[in-house]
Design a protein around this ligand. Structure first.
Ligand code: DOR
Ligand code: ZN
Length: 351
């Protein structure tokens, strides 16, 4: 049995870092594992301009532990009235790496999102010309659609027409949760369509939200799905296909905001992310494919060089805390903290 694995330093291609005290608390957990991260723009107010992204990037860099080489890659929050010239300017200035499309009302802080693809067609034309990736939260916002069908309905009604209308647009379908999404991305042979997969959607099915009672810390969007979908995600993630890569969607919310009558969506996986993914690859007898998923497929899609340095994980009880203190008596619950995982990140040298 393999006891230790060393891979090139990975990247997190979907991460929520928030701001202020929350940013300072959560950032070190990502920075110790990952070389780079695609940083989500759903702050309040959202990051919609080059100036706002530059300022946010500065705040992230200031919050980094001394000596960290972690590089935040910034995204622009797409609105109906986004100016294509702003997107071009941000991409050419190397401030914006990608644009994030939230259907208006689909999830946390998405109220300024897109109400229809027609509204943003001129932006998508420019992105297609630039080769700039569009990152999509793929859920229908039609209130008549069952919550567990929102991703598959989005694929049929919105994503497929979008892919046809903008045939050269590079797209990442974020945090996929269904067999339909996995099959769609797997079937693409052009290389212009990819997907991120979170640790929770690989490790859990929707039963986890209801085991012995209501479990708000397993609630995220898109919501966990039935077992058949989890198995499909595990199949494609560990298949060696370059179209699937690591994106944690680590999305911290203070405990009180989740353990509430109307609890927030989001799972804080940053402290255990790499160990959680490795557990899946180990269970699937695919340790030899872990490095591609974690460190190569994503950065290749984004046209980035390999990271310097490596990370090493060993087969021993994970030591991440069950919960992380925010100060003022507040805390954030950690995904599978408290020794639930059988792997531990031990060496994270930059050299
Ligand atoms: O669960 C989620 N939390 N899904 C999202 O799309 C947003 C995220 C957040 O920002 O909290
Ligand atoms: Zn997200």
């Amino acid at each position: 049995m393999v006891q230790s694995i060393t891979i090139r330093r990975p990247d997190d291609m979907h991460l929520h870092l928030r701001d202020d005290a929350m940013l300072r608390t959560v950032l070190p957990f990502s920075a110790r594992q990952f070389g780079r991260a695609i940083v989500m723009p759903n702050l309040k107010p959202p990051v919609t301009t080059v100036a706002a992204a530059r300022a946010y990037r500065e705040r992230i860099l200031e919050a980094l532990p001394a000596g960290s080489a972690f590089e935040p890659l910034m995204t622009c929050y797409l609105c109906d009235d986004t100016d294509p010239a702003e997107i071009r300017k941000g991409f050419e200035a190397r401030v914006f790496t990608a644009v994030k499309l939230y259907p208006a009302g689909a999830t946390t802080h998405s109220e300024y999102g897109v109400t229809g693809i027609d509204k943003v067609a001129s932006v998508l034309d420019v992105m297609q010309e630039l080769g700039m990736p569009l990152l999509i939260h793929g859920e229908s916002t039609d209130p008549a659609i069952d919550v567990f069908d929102k991703e598959t309905v989005f694929i049929e009604r919105t994503l497929k027409p979008l892919l046809d209308r903008f045939p050269a647009l590079r797209v990442v379908l974020e945090h996929i949760t269904t067999e339909e999404a996995a099959d769609l991305v797997d079937a693409d042979t052009s290389g212009r369509l990819a997907a991120t997969i979170t640790p929770q959607h690989l490790l859990l099915n929707r039963n986890a939200m209801f085991t012995g009672g209501l479990r708000p810390h397993y609630y995220c969007l898109p919501v966990l799905k039935r077992e058949q979908h989890r198995l499909a995600l595990r199949r494609v993630a560990t298949s060696g296909s370059p179209s699937f890569f690591l994106g944690t969607d680590s999305a911290p919310h203070e405990r009180g905001a989740k353990e509430a009558a109307c609890g927030c969506a989001g799972i804080f996986s940053a402290p255990t992310a790499l160990e959680a993914y490795l557990t899946v690859f180990d269970e699937e007898h695919a340790l030899d494919r872990f490095e591609a998923f974690a460190s190569d497929n994503g950065r290749r899609f984004y046209g980035l060089p390999p990271n310097e340095g490596t990370v090493t994980l060993t087969r021993e009880r994970n030591d991440a805390p069950r919960s992380v203190e925010l100060g003022d008596g507040k805390s954030i619950e950690t995904f599978m903290g408290g020794g639930e995982l059988p792997w531990r990140l031990v060496d994270h040298s930059n050299a």
